[in-house]
Design a protein around this ligand. Sequence first.
Ligand code: NAI
Length: 251
Amino acid sequence: MAVYALSGGATGIGAAIKSALLARGDRVIVVDLNEGDICADLSTEAGRAKAVSGVRALTNTLDGIIPCAGLGPSVKSPALITQVNYFGAVSFVEGLQDLLKPGGRIVMIGSNSAPMAPHDDFVDLMLAGKETEACEFIAEQHPQSAYAGSKHALLCWMRRHCLALAGNGILMNAVAPGFVDTPLSDKVLADKELGEVTKAFCESVPIGRVAKPAEVADVVLFLLGEQARYICGSVLFIDGGHDAMLRPDSF
Ligand code: NAI
């Protein structure tokens, strides 16, 4: 039985990852706001410390870490999006990575919007670990900029840090989902400002439909598994061809 630490496992993609791991007999320690083995708010220092100490109290070793908790662009606080999507995810990994066994895995949850965000001062502030400054920088901008920028920084962080981990036999990769049918995306569709453009975005998916959470979970389980033993530092798009459509010559 493998043991995984998963944030954001109460709903959506995280819940699908949890179900898939439990179905194959693994143990999953879930950190979430209200419904988790550990209830903690990853937007705050205190919540992040509670999350990490809570997981450590339940296990001495891990086979994998999946920081899935995140907020979408319908949340009207760009700073909160930054705190959860980037700093919450990075602290979850940093606080637990020493528990990983050789061969352990980390799967970050990015987004196919990440490559479309500019690599600007906001991204650099996050990568420099300057949380207050990053939140101040983005505070007056559109929540979508915070969303895409935080995911951009998260993928850069993964690419930068996978190398040292690889030397210890730990493989870190990321998935970049497109539009997935979850409570987060329901809120985006229901948003007065984002709803119409998001609907058009969904209708333009080359495969002809949006993703189900289980379709992202399947790929996460692949990256956690033996068949992915030589994959390190990769960003795997799960978006029905949207990234290929929007950026055909970039890979
Ligand atoms: P969701 O809203 O269904 O699930 C997110 C989970 O994170 C919830 O259980 C929520 O309680 C938890 N969470 C939120 N804030 C938290 C906090 N401060 N502390 C602890 N837990 C917190 O969303 P969904 O769609 O399943 O998203 C999961 C991940 O996938 C997120 O990182 C999201 O950015 C990413 N993603 C989602 C896409 C989509 O279309 N749904 C597309 C691309 C990426």
